[in-house]
Design a protein around this ligand. Structure first.
Ligand SMILES: NC(=O)c1ccc[n+]([C@@H]2O[C@H](COP(=O)([O-])OP(=O)(O)OC[C@H]3O[C@@H](n4cnc5c(N)ncnc54)[C@H](OP(=O)(O)O)[C@@H]3O)[C@@H](O)[C@H]2O)c1
Length: 385
């Protein structure tokens, strides 16, 4: 018994000591870009904390609007970013996504103030809220995470088009795969599960991005959905259990800076336009880690689809969203299993990637310094994390 306990303790200690390396290994890419941000205008929702705050910090070479529901929290984040980055163009404006009046007031104020908008990041989100409704009577997850951002984007769309090339990045989540659009009970009045309510709203984010991309074709405005990874943030604040787990496993969870990299990539990387409407997630293990050689071999031998550092899903799941039935009622859901093989979009994407040789560039980030590539890149450098 003592031996087992001893072994377990040693194993756990080993796990915790190596946790930062394990985390960095799986954290994914880092957005490297030489894109000129001065003169650009960015709006980020919910940027007073978490992933949004780090995204704002990284984009602070532009004029950044922190759109948040608590102006005091926003000001405190903005003054921290201003002090860190010496950029005084970090501005705070009130935006409560759970109230369409507040969204309209924000949009009105912004449109009066700014003649351009180049990047809109729909970042704010709530998770696992007890059942509640927004000021307009929408279930909170759907209302804040999707409908609020839907309205905001709609209201700012003309300004985005006038400022093209422009981008809309919407924070979704990997859990959108468990989501359904329950048209017969959108507000969760008949059945409510707070976990699923979050998944449904994140699926709505992915579908919104896809449809928006279609409607914006040819306008110069492109749009992307993002899964930032599992990130150490305040998102779990409504669940005692998750708060506990987040604390326990915090060394293994991404930092908010690491979590911001996928949003930054979608906002800045050059050449992403053909991928408008896609869902991005980080999958590729770090290239320079001790395991990368082994994993690299494994990838190339076991899978013909060696992914780039940041993978844009073909959207097959979203494209394959199908009408289903739940208790005799119509629902829109995604297939549980991802279909095998490549579809046409996958092939086109892979071809484009190969053409640009971005993967080769990413494998050798030093090229950037030599001026060989000015493209935005996602590469993983453990020492930078
Ligand atoms: N963390 C993860 O592991 C993870 C994983 C997948 C996806 N995501 C997504 O990433 C995004 C950012 O999450 P995070 O981890 O940074 O969470 P976070 O630290 O809790 O930040 C969420 C932000 O949204 C704001 N917000 C909430 N309700 C709002 C409302 N009604 N109006 C305006 N702003 C509101 C919050 O403001 P207050 O501070 O005032 O509450 C906060 O600034 C979310 O969309 C989330 O779904 C996160």
């Amino acid at each position: 018994m003592l031996v087992v306990l001893g072994l377990l303790t040693s194993f756990l200690s080993f796990l915790y000591v190596t946790a930062p390396s394990i985390r960095k290994f799986f954290a994914g890419g880092v957005c490297r870009t030489n894109v000129q941000l001065s003169g650009k205008v960015v709006v980020i929702t919910g940027a007073n904390t978490g992933i949004g705050k780090e995204t704002a910090r990284e984009l602070s070479r532009a004029r950044v609007y922190i759109a948040c529901r608590d102006v005091l929290k926003g000001e405190s984040a903005a003054s921290e970013i201003r002090a860190d980055t010496k950029n005084s163009q970090v501005l705070v404006r009130k935006l409560d996504l759970s109230d369409t009046k507040s969204i309209r007031a924000f949009a009105e104020g912004f449109l009066a103030e700014e003649k351009q908008l180049h990047i809109l990041i729909n970042n704010a989100g709530v998770m696992l809220c007890p059942y509640s409704k927004t000021a307009d009577g929408f279930e909170t997850h759907l209302g804040v995470n999707h409908l609020g951002h839907f309205l905001l984007t709609r209201l700012l769309l003309e300004r985005l088009k006038e400022s093209a090339p422009a981008r809309v990045v919407t924070l979704s989540s990997v859990v959108h795969h468990a989501g359904k659009i329950r048209f017969h009970d959108l507000q969760g009045e008949k059945y409510y599960n707070r976990g699923f309510a979050y998944c449904h709203s994140k699926l709505a984010n992915v579908l919104f991005t896809r449809e928006l991309a279609k409607r914006l074709k040819g306008t110069g405005v492109t749009t992307y959905a993002v899964h930032p990874g599992i990130v150490r943030s305040e998102l779990v604040r409504h669940s005692f259990l998750l708060c506990l787990l987040w604390r326990l496993f915090s060394p293994f969870l991404k930092t908010t800076w690491e979590g911001a990299q996928t949003s930054l990539h979608c906002a800045l990387a050059e050449g992403l336009e053909p991928l408008s409407g896609k869902y991005f997630r980080v999958t590729q293990p770090e290239q320079h880690s001790p395991f990368s050689a082994i994993l690299g071999k494994w990838h190339s031998s076991a899978s013909p689809r060696r992914p780039p550092l940041l993978v844009a899903e073909s959207g097959k799941r979203a494209a394959g969203a199908a009408w289903g039935h739940e208790g005799g009622k119509k629902t829109l859901q995604l297939p549980r299993k991802q279909a095998k093989g490549m579809d046409e979009e996958d092939k086109a994407f892979k071809q484009k990637q190969e053409e640009r040789k971005t993967f080769q560039e990413l494998k050798n980030p030093r090229q950037e310094g030599k001026g060989k590539s000015k493209t935005a890149q996602m590469s993983h450098e453990a020492k930078n994390l």
